[in-house]
Unconditional design. Structure first.
Length: 125
């Protein structure tokens, strides 16, 4: 018997005003972190952050729209044809383009079991 879950992003629970879709929890993923982040046109309120404490690396995949990622002062274009991997200690901040941006963010700490953050659980909404 097949083991899978399929859900449309629009049907998933989200927090932070709908901008942080709880994709990992909605799909029942427990081995790695995965969220969908949605930002309106021109939004620049995505916090500048790193994951030095959790040693989590992340991969960003644009699903629709475009934007840019400021990676320690360097601007990197984000579009559906570009994947970006960012190491744990590297500061990053996403800025949405003129159509906004929807991106999948996948992360985990290399060589470690994934630790689920309470803010990514369905009960957090």
């Amino acid at each position: 018997m097949a083991d899978y879950t399929a859900k449309r992003i629009e049907e998933m629970k989200a927090n932070h005003g709908g901008g942080f879709v709880l994709a990992r929890a909605e799909l029942g993923v427990t081995a790695f972190g995965m969220q969908v982040i949605q930002m309106p046109p021109g939004f620049d309120g995505f916090r500048d952050h790193d994951h030095a404490e959790s040693v989590q690396e992340e991969v960003y995949l644009v699903l629709s729209g475009s934007g840019s990622m400021d990676i320690e002062g360097e601007s990197v274009a984000m579009d559906p044809e570009t994947l970006i991997r960012v190491g744990p200690e590297t500061k990053r901040k996403v800025i949405a383009g003129p159509q906004g941006i929807r991106m999948a963010v996948i992360g985990c700490a290399p060589g470690q079991a994934y630790k689920i953050s309470p803010e990514t659980e369905l009960e957090a909404v």
